[in-house]
Design a binder for this molecule. Sequence first.
Ligand SMILES: [Ca+2]
Ligand SMILES: [Ca+2]
Length: 102
Amino acid sequence: MSRSRPAVVGSFLRAWSCIAACAAAATACAQPQPAPAPPPVRLASEAVVAAFNRADTNGDGFVTREESAHLPAIYAQFDELDLDHDGLLSFAEFSTWLAKVK
Ligand SMILES: [Ca+2]
Ligand SMILES: [Ca+2]
């Protein structure tokens, strides 16, 4: 029986190393995946609304070219920002622009 003991020990060690390897593999699988890249930082919607309301000085819901005169960045690009070319910047057009420049 002197030979059976090492065989049992060897078998135990093989089993243990298998368990350890399985545990390591399970741990590796349990590792959290790298977080996906965060979405681009965007202005909070309240900030966009506040900026739009500041630009829309008469509060009619649109920014005219004249209203944008005190906002050089908007005034200079008014025709580009006015996507539907109606001469008015809607909130959607304004927020689209802000999302691009942010
Ligand atoms: Ca207005
Ligand atoms: Ca427009």
